[in-house]
Design a protein around this ligand. Structure first.
Ligand SMILES: [Zn+2]
Ligand SMILES: [Zn+2]
Length: 261
């Protein structure tokens, strides 16, 4: 999965509905917004997005989320005759820097993170693969420390419908922090059929696995904390697709019985 850096410079344009977006996010645990993207050839649906506030103090990361569309051409905010590529970002965290602390840009200039150019003029550049994990860790610790209302493991069980034949994954299943804790506990073998992609496919299969969200939430309105070990479980894409053949999904045990009757 790739990760991309989006830039907001409050000196260039006022974000009039930022508070409105933050409210929607608080109430529904996700909110989408359209952002211009220069790396439109590389960016894919499902990629990670970070939003950096530059130009005016305080400078730093004010949001994160996932890419929720293909890149598309739209008029530039500055001129009607200019077309630029944009993507829809589904935010899971969004902070108003004038009211709440943000992840200070100074933190991004330390250690491994210094390998990335953060002071970018253009929005939607790709974040170097070797700094993504560290950025996620620093962001996660920051949110935990701030007791940010967008609790990193919470959210409603909103399905993000993929393209046809693609396994449907939820926000929980894609949450990098929840995923990491789950995989540290279970490892990378499918908990239904036991396939481990590294054993079967060699190097290209290293660390490849889906994570399935097991808990059934009757009504999607309540926000609740996800327990990455009780609620999430690693499964291969085939077993994952079979689990979701029914709503609510089959349990791991039910599917194991079907596989070994
Ligand atoms: Zn499997
Ligand atoms: Zn699932």
């Amino acid at each position: 999965m790739g990760a991309f850096l989006f830039i907001w410079n409050p000196g260039k344009w006022k974000w009039h509905d930022l508070d409105e977006k933050i409210n929607i996010l608080r109430n529904t645990s996700s909110v989408s917004d359209t952002w211009s993207c220069v790396s439109h050839k590389k960016i894919k649906e499902g990629d990670r997005a970070f939003l950096l506030r530059l130009g005016e103090e305080p400078k730093g990361i004010i949001g994160s989320g996932y890419i929720a569309s293909y890149p598309f051409l739209q008029e530039h905010w500055g001129g009607k005759d200019k077309l630029i590529y944009k993507v829809v970002i589904e935010f899971d965290v969004l902070i108003n820097a004038t009211r709440e602390p943000i992840l200070d840009i100074d933190i991004l200039s330390h250690g491994n993170l210094a390998r990335q150019t953060w002071l970018s003029q253009s929005s939607g550049i790709s974040i170097k693969q070797e700094v993504i994990n560290e950025l996620e860790d620093v962001w996660f610790s920051f949110l935990k420390e701030q007791k940010h209302h967008a609790k990193p493991f919470s959210g409603t069980h909103k399905l993000t419908e993929g393209k046809q034949n693609q396994v449907v994954t939820t926000r929980y299943e894609r949450n990098p922090h929840a995923r990491k804790e789950c995989l540290e506990y279970y490892g990378f073998s499918c908990q239904v059929c036991e396939i481990k992609f590294h054993d079967r496919y060699g190097g290209i299969g290293k660390d490849f696995i889906h994570v399935h969200h097991q808990a059934v939430i009757a009504d999607a309105d309540g926000e609740r904390e996800v327990n990455p070990i009780k609620d999430l479980i690693p499964v291969c894409p085939n077993c994952h697709a079979m689990l979701h053949k029914k709503k609510p999904p089959y349990t791991i045990e039910e599917l194991q019985i079907k596989l070994n009757p």
